[in-house]
Design a protein around this ligand. Structure first.
Ligand SMILES: [Zn+2]
Ligand SMILES: [Zn+2]
Length: 256
């Protein structure tokens, strides 16, 4: 039995995952989860992301899975993208309205808002940062963009902080702490979290542990995150899905 109440970041074949929605429910059942969120990639991922038609199809699948697995709460979610230095996202109003849970992250395979940002925003943060690092100026621009997005959209979970797009983690986590936004501990990016956990922990923010699974045959549990929490002495009451349910309905300090 998992120590965690649920997994709130998962992918299916409706975006770039290999999982069927049902296989995620089977994973949840095996782990003993009470809840699961299905959170495929947003509309700005033009090749592998969701479309509005796919969102509707997935809604139907989720509806029948709710009948089939009455003991597990299923959230329909969305992993949105930052698409510009100006803080725009692909979390459009109708989508924000429809989704139970919204995640925000930076991803490399997106169509940015402005053509000129294909290089300055997407390539620079997504592909070149590994080789060229990120200048102070770039980090500042990224941080401002992310803060603007978090201020203007209802985001429940900030995904994989500092993965590709580097930000001022202290500043961003401080804002998350003030607003009640959950900072994700993503099992795929523990090495990145390892470097910044000290400064993030000091802000007092809340965390949520997720697999971000794209294939349940390869990733189906949160055990490694429990080890990470223990190693870094993260207080258990700061991890919202450790042994208890996150309270999405009353999550935010300030209503957005
Ligand atoms: Zn992601
Ligand atoms: Zn993801």
């Amino acid at each position: 039995m998992s120590k965690f109440f649920g997994d709130y970041h998962t992918h299916t074949y409706y975006s770039d995952g290999l999982n069927s929605p049902k296989s995620l429910l089977e994973m949840a059942k095996e782990q003993g989860y009470k809840e699961i969120a299905i959170t495929d990639h947003g509309l700005a991922n033009k090749i592998m992301g969701l479309t509005r038609a796919k969102i509707d199809k997935l809604s139907c699948d989720i509806e029948s899975l709710r009948q089939e697995y009455p003991d597990i709460t299923i959230y329909q979610g969305y992993e949105g993208d930052l698409i510009s230095f100006d803080g725009s996202t692909d979390i459009y109003d109708d989508i924000m309205e429809k989704m139970d849970i919204i995640i925000l992250g930076f991803h490399r395979y997106i169509k940015p808002k402005y053509f000129k940002e294909v290089f300055t925003f997407v390539f620079r943060n997504g592909f070149l940062a590994k080789w060229f690092g990120s200048s102070k100026k770039l980090i500042e621009k990224n941080t401002n963009a992310l803060l603007t997005a978090l201020k203007s959209r209802r985001v429940n979970i900030l995904a994989h902080i500092n993965h590709n797009m580097k930000v001022d983690c202290k500043k961003v986590a401080t804002f998350c702490a003030e607003q009640g936004i959950y900072v994700e501990i993503n099992i795929k990016h523990l090495n990145i979290m390892e470097k910044v956990i000290g400064e993030i922990l000091a802000t007092g923010c809340l965390f949520i542990a997720n697999t971000d699974t794209h294939n349940v045959k390869r990733s189906n549990n949160l055990n490694k995150i429990y080890d990470f929490i223990t190693k870094h002495n993260i207080p258990h009451d700061r991890v919202v899905n450790l042994g208890k349910a996150p309270n999405f309905a009353e999550q935010f300090t300030k209503k957005i």
